[in-house]
Ligand binder design. Structure first.
Ligand code: NAD
Length: 373
């Protein structure tokens, strides 16, 4: 069996598997073909892949001959059409929210797995790319803020005077938010955090941050640990509380998302205008509508000295470790479906079923079947 790894498109600097992960695959009696320069932006050059036992091939050969293609960003339809009819496609296909690609895969009798569909269960944690990439984003967001802030993060008592610690407000304490809290604490900031899920409170406190309470949030045990949409009344109460905290903050990092919906608006324009000049907002939800009213995806906006950075794919800004984590998630998943160097799809396994968009054109994941009906 040949597993193909293609160079990712556009600005995507990660690669699905680094040479160290390729070595493991090869020990499973699999042949690995890597496109020329696929890992170069993650600092893994072709020689390292060759040393790990992979072969370098051109893109067309890989598309046409691989039995399985592992990627991160979705492939375009015209490239999928070149794949062997029984080849298996893997990637972060955004299958629930990219109906045209999902329909294309179904209509063309394809077999495809979409890594963001990995169930968020304890057993699947080691395969969860959403969590591993959110860890990278939360960390990197704090470093970006520290770089832009015209102040120190830690407290200093020096002969040149005393410096008070920066005050950081984290909105949304999921995977990215918790990592942002931990990173800001390590840099010495005073950290406040807020989330609609009460379960997040304990985690925030255990990291040494202060929890901002807004009473009356709606929760749904059936939402798989995710937040649900809130009432208008609650959202207004929340915006008012954030407004009060924002006026004292040096940095705000927003990470609040609701799967499949526009991100909740948490930082209003009046709040930005009330913030101290020099303060920084990093909006990790910018590409899904933004948690801040004035953020723009992939750009920095300056409002009276308050800089708002709208970021989307922050994981690509730390390609080496992000690729290492992605590759480890892939290996843990592939362990479930590769036996003696061949693919064996066991649809009795809820992780395999939950992640499979379609098998030979038939929708498999219950979440895909649900949107098909
Ligand atoms: P996410 O990226 O969808 O959202 C980020 C955070 O924003 C969440 O904590 C959410 O509660 C919060 N949020 C949403 N609306 C908000 C609002 N109006 N105001 C403030 N905060 C708001 O979520 P995520 O980080 O991917 O995961 C969320 C939770 O899912 C985790 O904390 C955990 O409980 C669960 N999870 C479980 C597993 C697992 O068991 N394998 C893996 C990952 C996550």
């Amino acid at each position: 069996m040949i597993i193909g790894i293609l160079k990712e498109p556009g600005d995507e600097s990660r690669v699905a598997l680094l040479p160290e992960a390729v070595k493991t695959l090869i020990s499973w009696k699999v042949t690995v073909w890597v496109e020329k320069d696929a890992g170069s932006r993650a600092f893994a050059d072709d020689e390292l892949y060759i040393e790990s036992g992979a072969k370098i091939h051109n893109r067309e050969e890989i598309l046409q001959q691989a039995d399985m293609i592992l990627g991160i960003q979705p492939l375009e339809e015209k490239e999928i059409s070149k794949m062997k009819s029984d080849a298996v496609l893997f990637g972060q296909l955004n299958a629930l929210y990219n109906p045209s690609l999902t329909q294309y895969l179904i209509n063309n009798n394809r077999t495809a797995f979409s890594m963001e569909l990995v169930p968020r269960t304890t057993r699947a944690q080691a395969m969860d790319v959403l969590s591993s990439m959110a860890t990278v984003s939360g960390y990197k967001a704090v470093l970006m803020a520290a770089d832009l802030l015209p102040r120190f993060f830690p407290m200093f008592m020096t002969a040149a005077g005393s410096i008070t610690p920066a005050r950081v407000l984290i909105l949304g304490a999921g995977v990215a938010g918790l990592q942002a809290i931990a990173t800001a604490k390590r840099l010495g900031a005073t950290v406040f955090a807020f989330d609609v899920r009460q379960a997040a409170k304990e985690e925030v406190l255990s990291l040494g941050a202060k929890f901002v309470d807004v009473e009356g949030a709606k929760e749904d045990k059936g939402a798989g640990g995710y937040a649900v949409e809130q009432t208008e009344e609650y959202l207004q109460k929340q915006k008012d509380t954030i407004h009060e905290h924002a006026m004292k903050a040096d940095v705000i990092i927003t990470t609040a998302q609701i799967p499949g919906r526009k991100a909740p608006l948490l930082v209003e324009e009046r709040t930005v205008r009330a913030m101290k000049p020099g303060s920084v907002i990093i909006d990790l939800a910018a590409s899904s509508g933004g948690n801040c009213a004035l953020s723009q995806p992939e750009s920095t906006v300056d409002i009276n000295g308050v800089r708002i950075v709208g970021v989307g794919n922050l994981a690509a800004k730390m390609p080496q470790d992000a690729s290492k984590m992605y590759g480890k998630n892939y290996l843990n998943f592939l362990k479930l479906i590769i036996k003696d160097g061949e693919i064996h799809l066991n649809f009795e396994d809820d992780i395999v079923t939950g992640t499979c968009v379609c098998h030979k054109g038939k929708p498999v994941s219950p979440r895909i079947i649900q949107i098909q009906n």
